[in-house]
Design a protein around this ligand. Structure first.
Ligand SMILES: Nc1ncnc2c1ncn2[C@@H]1O[C@H](COP(=O)(O)OP(=O)(O)OP(=O)(O)O)[C@@H](O)[C@H]1O
Ligand SMILES: [Mg+2]
Length: 493
């Protein structure tokens, strides 16, 4: 069979690669990954503003590369993603160094040293685009080199990116303001403190402009009130996945600063969900992956999931190492775990006593509200045994007690939380419904009160009023009318 060798055009390919959706923070993390794979213990990241003319430099003290290795490393697609990677290796696609760098700027220079031997290469996208060929510079231009500094020990690598058009508007009219530049660097710092937390806690040092990065633990393991659920190991396609659920302490246990820090980059509500780690490096965080929706009662739940690089295919890790999808085989387990811990979170958020689960010492009798049942969408009931309420009821006469109880019932039915379950707002379809005896009783009592107080006396208006009353929305007008005609108006006549 005849074939025609068809090489991709350099200029369009390289320009497209710049647009695969990296954010600055994911691009930097991808380059840091390489330092970790090279067994570095210190990674120094330098951001230089210089009115948009600056650079980003990532220097590690890892093992470095030989000239041949560097040449391969600078090649787009330097390794086959199907190749088995070493245990714990973070690399997968043979792309990160290039794609990450190009998403920030147009020039990537790498200087590396292995056992005292230095090698260097440089990609300049302007040059590649102009010639529409994959021309890689064997030497780093001198105007860059003097800014890069040196590798003082025998091993290490400097990745240097300049012409930062994407990062700070180099060469455009929209050069980023210094204050926004600092804010951007601060965000990157926070992101790295979260993504590399496990590595930072295990001997890796990362610095940004000489400032040491502190690890940020999304699970607040050190906090005495954090609940750590039992770790479970499940097998997905015969590969181990480790799951550890955490429920964070109630917000009232923090002071303002602690609360803000614990909220993380996205804030409490959006940080809830699964945290997916690949080889101890966070890939995806604060996401329920469509298994649940985010709500404020569940915001204390963060579930750690750890998979290994031989399961990359199952989790469909993307080139940027910033997203995965949950394998079908894992969904059921994760859903069950998520459901359980979301319920625990809900109980803690509402100070609900459940000593067996939360070890909380709250006194049940002091709650004003309680869940009717253990289901996730359970309605709330007023605690009728509350000591203040029982005292009030004791001191008032029969008629007043009846009215007061009716009022409490209306408060209960119309509580904003109960009304949030929109299914209860929809009218049932049957013309004449079977209604719960209790609801029927309250419809009768309510209409009597409306009539007694001369608020409304026309039947149709009473029906309208009740059908729109919070808590009675699901009852059909015809049904209300039937009840009123049978049980109220007859008696009234
Ligand atoms: N700082 C470094 N120190 C030593 N070797 C490095 C360094 N950076 C890159 N390399 C080498 O270059 C290769 C290519 O890096 P690149 O980030 O492009 O791809 P990768 O890490 O293999 O896969 P991925 O695209 O998933 O990151 C690496 O596999 C590694 O061998
Ligand atoms: Mg890499």
């Amino acid at each position: 069979m005849y074939t025609i060798l068809t090489q991709p055009s350099a200029a369009p390919v390289i320009q497209s690669l710049r647009n695969i959706g990296y954010k600055a923070q994911t691009a930097i993390a991808d380059i840091v990954d390489n330092g970790i794979d090279a067994e570095a213990t210190d990674i120094h990241i330098t951001f230089k503003y210089d009115n948009g003319n600056g650079y980003i430099k990532i220097q590690d003290n890892g093992k470095g590369m030989t000239d041949k290795e560097l040449q391969i490393a600078m090649t787009i697609g330097s390794k086959d993603p199907r190749e088995e990677r070493k245990q714990h290796e973070l690399g997968r696609f043979g792309m990160g160094l290039k794609t990450g760098s190009f998403s920030l700027g147009q020039r990537l220079s790498v200087l590396t040293k292995i056992d005292g031997v230095i090698s260097e290469r440089c990609w300049d996208l302007e040059y590649v685009s102009t010639h529409n060929e994959w021309y890689l510079f064997k030497e780093i231009p001198s105007e860059v080199k003097w800014k890069m500094g040196t590798i003082d020990s025998d091993n290490g690598t400097i990745v240097f990116i300049d012409k930062l058009d994407r990062f700070c508007g180099y060469g455009t009219e929209k050069i980023i303001q210094l204050s926004s530049y600092y804010a951007k660097v601060a965000r990157i710092r926070k992101f790295l403190e979260m993504v590399f937390q496990v590595k930072l806690d295990n001997g890796l040092n990362i610095y940004i402009n000489d400032n040491f990065l502190d690890s940020w633990d999304p699970f607040l393991c050190e906090h005495p009130k954090t609940l750590e659920g039992e770790t479970q190991i499940i097998k997905v396609n015969r590969k181990r996945v480790k799951i550890t659920p955490y429920v964070l302490p109630h917000p009232s246990t923090f002071n303002e600063t602690e609360y803000k820090i614990a909220g993380g980059i996205k804030g409490w509500r959006d940080q809830q969900g699964f945290y997916i780690y690949r080889e101890g490096r966070l890939v995806n965080f604060g996401d329920w992956f469509g298994l649940f929706t985010k709500d404020s009662f569940s915001e204390l739940v963060r579930i750690k999931i750890d998979f290994t690089n031989n399961a990359d295919d199952d989790w469909k890790i993307d080139i940027k190492k910033s997203s995965v999808s949950i394998p079908e085989d894992a969904k059921e387990n994760l859903k069950a775990i998520g459901k359980y811990y979301r319920q625990v979170s809900k109980e803690i958020m509402l100070y609900r006593a459940k000593p067996s689960r939360t070890q909380s010492k709250m006194k049940g009798s002091l709650h004003t509200w309680e869940l009717a049942n253990d289901e996730a969408d359970s309605p709330y009931l007023l605690n009728r045994n509350h000591s203040i309420l029982t005292n009030i009821l004791k001191d008032i006469d029969e008629d007043m007690r009846r009215k007061f109880n009716l009022y409490l019932k209306l408060v209960e039915l119309g509580s904003p939380n109960n009304l949030l379950h929109s299914s209860s707002l929809v009218k049932k379809e049957k013309q004449v419904q079977e209604v719960d005896e209790k609801i029927k009783y309250y419809i009768i009592e309510l209409s009597k009160t409306l009539i007694d107080s001369n608020e409304i006396i026309i039947l149709e208006e009473i029906v309208d009023a009740i059908s729109l009353f919070p808590g009675f929305e699901s009852v059909e007008r015809t049904t209300i009318k039937n009840i009123l005609e049978k049980d109220v108006l007859v008696n009234e006549r």
